[in-house]
Design a protein around this ligand. Sequence first.
Ligand SMILES: Cc1ncc(C[n+]2csc(CCOP(=O)(O)OP(=O)(O)O)c2C)c(N)n1
Ligand SMILES: [Mg+2]
Length: 522
Amino acid sequence: MNGAERLVATALKAGIEVCLANAGTTEMPVLVAMDAVPGIRPVLCLYEGVCTGAADGYGRMLGRPAMVLLHLGPGFANGVSNLHNARRAGSPVVNVVGQHATWHIEADAPLTMDIEALAGTVSGWHKTSESPESIAHDVSEAVTTSLRGQISTLIVPNDYQLAEASNGEVPGPVPPTFEPVDEELVAQAAQLLARENKAALLLGGQGLRERGLRAAARIGAVTGCGLVTPTFPGYLERGLGLPDVARLPYQPEAASELLSQYETFVLVGAGEPVTFFGYEGIPSRLIPPDRKKLEMVTENQDAAEALEALADALDAPTWLSIAGNLRARPRAPGVPNGELTPESACQTIASLQPEGAVIVDEGLTAATTYYPLTAGAPPHTVLTVTGGSIGYGMPCATGAAIACPDRPVINIQADGSAMYTVQSLWTQARESLDVTTLIASNRSYHILKLELARAGVTDPGPGTLSLVDLDRPDIDWTQIAEGMGVPGVTVTTAERLAQELRKAIAEPGPHLIEMVLAMPGP
Ligand SMILES: Cc1ncc(C[n+]2csc(CCOP(=O)(O)OP(=O)(O)O)c2C)c(N)n1
Ligand SMILES: [Mg+2]
């Protein structure tokens, strides 16, 4: 076997099932190895940000990595934005980046770049293979380290991919184990929550998956504490049968208001909430300094285990004794009629989303009212733009659909952000992925208009407007979709949206619905 074949064989043995690729000459041996060592599903993405965003969605859904194959430094650079979101989501991702042949690097050929430096900005582990023989161990280590919920990047020189590599046995990946939770902190948190009736649990990581949420619900039942998630959770399970976790609003005033009702905060898997930007006169940290705060887990501890220990320490009622109440919530109000606005669009989606849906939310301003409507929706999963780096939604939906082919994926997608990685549609069509993309077509970077108004620019000039409006020309979403093999349709009323959404959910394969939104006047 050559180095590239060893690479693929080791990845396969380590449980890699999918390779999201946009390769070039330096990765050619790996492309050939896909046939020499079959078993990994190769998926072509037409931009590296699609590869990395899809790997993020895949990793969030399954808790294990897809492999991303990228071309040298420039290819990696194109993928960094969505690797940034993946890092913030704690997604396991394994990048394999081709490097020039070792003897060619000194020639400083056009594509030569400091790949290690780039990799360091987003990777928890990165390495350049030092020989053809080391590739197998390197791949194994890359998978193992990614399973801690981080990005691993392996850079493999082209000559090592081509050279014969020994066929020695390769260790499989070692699944990570969490460190045990700190019993002293569990006892302190239990004491705080038992005597403080204005307390909140700030949940993140495993705390937002079913096991953690059940324990959080038990804690809520015995102490009356609030349950809160950061503004952009990586992965959150929600709906009937699960506790309703309040999501911190994006706007700092609204976030402060939500938090101001609590005197005490127990952080379990979430960091301390901060404002998105530095706004003059508003503190960066949203929890006022005089409130009590207790951080229960480190990155190496399991938030779900900590929540269970806390529930037990509080003698909380069993899950079975409270689960019935959580299944009795009413669904969102029914499908509205008339003009399509951000609010009526959200209501329609919340009313129709089926059980098991994966909601990829990059709806930005159009989706502000969506989340609160879904506490009583059938059980579903929500993925959000963890790192605030836009252009994540369509790739992430693509990866989630590859990971979970039996679940309908609904991508609530703002129009400006959609244009960053719109090539995702082509991969969705080619792979027959069950993704419904709902374009929130407000034909602007609306959030920037809101931020301008906040900054006191209430009457922006034509130069400013030309940089935040997406008109002249209007983007033709149905043509874009059709051009990439995805059936597309435009709707302007809530009832038409309902009709098309029902149809898209019922039919297999990808669909795109442009929701032309009526926006309030200036
Ligand atoms: C990679 C990246 N580039 C730029 C931005 C700045 N930015 C934040 S939101 C936004 C525009 C959002 O417009 P759209 O997606 O249409 O959502 P809307 O505001 O209309 O709801 C931009 C450019 C960003 N967050 N990330
Ligand atoms: Mg927009």
